[in-house]
Ligand binder design. Structure first.
Ligand SMILES: NC(=O)c1ccc[n+]([C@@H]2O[C@H](COP(=O)([O-])OP(=O)(O)OC[C@H]3O[C@@H](n4cnc5c(N)ncnc54)[C@H](OP(=O)(O)O)[C@@H]3O)[C@@H](O)[C@H]2O)c1
Length: 276
């Protein structure tokens, strides 16, 4: 008795070494990029616009930067982007994403939720307030938006959600508790959401020390030079490295869910501390 799910015509193609790799798989598809006007998001916007995706782009309050990015994308790729403003923790903001989507009258194919706050604080500086603020920015807002968008995709044609965490959510770094603990919770939330949905994949990209966005000032100040000088990494991360990882998970025929991909050049391997 053959499997009810066996596709003999596909098997026949494979026996002839014929495989289907779509080249421009995001062309024409609607993708929401929340918190994507910053250093890592802008590179992701650029990569997806270049490919012809239809983008809804969210930011919190820096309208000038969002408008500049929209104008650059129009100039470079003749592509129009819809902008959504507001804090993701607010119900009205999350509704604005759904309203923008409804105006496009096309199914949502995927969403990358990049919003986050550096929430730097030493152990002594951490307070209930600082933790609550970090949880709101780095966990609650992204998770609630993912819930709203994921439910919609699960009911229609399925799709993909990508969260942005950090290498600090995967490995322990000094003074990172205030920032990294909510991001680690985000990593776990991704697994639970991935289990919840059958047609919506949920994954996480966890960047390392990258030269753009919220790490730019630390990298440019020389704070992380020791990672290169001691052989922990060969170079700092570029926004394009992260954008490519986000795009990988957004591909419609991607088969991966519930996973976290570190884009850290191997920093968390701590080659600098490994015995030779
Ligand atoms: N850059 C790095 O090296 C690095 C390393 C590890 C992890 N990450 C993570 O990667 C993600 C993107 O980082 P980035 O460097 O691109 O950050 P960024 O340059 O600071 O940009 C942050 C983006 O998120 C928006 N945003 C922030 N808080 C928000 C909120 N509460 N509601 C809605 N939007 C909000 C910002 O909008 P406004 O500009 O209007 O405020 C902006 O579009 C973050 O989650 C970050 O934690 C970054």
């Amino acid at each position: 008795m053959p499997s009810a799910y066996w596709d003999e015509s596909l098997a026949s193609l494979y026996r002839q070494f014929q495989y289907a790799f779509s080249e421009r798989s995001l062309e024409g598809r609607v993708i929401i990029l929340a918190g994507a006007t910053g250093g890592l998001g802008a590179a992701t916007v650029s990569l997806l616009a270049r490919e012809g995706a239809r983008l809804i782009l969210g930011y919190r309050s820096n309208r000038d930067r969002a408008e500049n990015l929209r104008a650059a994308i129009r100039r470079q790729f003749q592509s129009d982007i819809i902008l959504v403003a507001g804090d993701l923790a607010a119900t009205e903001t999350r509704q604005s994403y759904l309203d923008a989507l409804a105006r496009l009258a096309a199914p949502l194919a995927g969403a990358a939720i990049l919003s986050g706050a550096p929430a730097r604080a030493s152990l002594a500086e951490i307070s209930g307030e600082s933790l609550a603020h970090s949880f709101e920015s780095n966990f609650s807002g992204p998770v609630l938006l993912a819930r709203d968008l994921g439910e919609q995709m699960e009911k229609s044609s399925g799709g993909s959600i990508v969260f942005l965490a950090t290498m600090q959510a995967v490995a322990a770094f000094p003074s990172s508790l205030n920032y990294a603990a909510p991001k680690a919770a985000l990593v776990h939330a991704a697994r639970i959401l991935a289990q919840e949905w059958l047609r919506v994949r949920v994954n996480v990209v966890a960047p390392g020390a990258t030269v753009a966005g919220m790490a730019e000032s630390s990298v440019s100040s020389g704070k992380y030079d020791r990672f290169i000088e001691t052989g922990a990494i060969s170079r700092f991360g570029h926004p394009e490295d992260v954008a490519r990882a986000v795009r990988f998970f957004l591909e419609p025929d991607n088969y991966i869910t519930g996973q976290t991909l570190l884009v850290d050049g191997g920093l968390t391997l701590r080659r600098d501390r490994a015995a030779k």
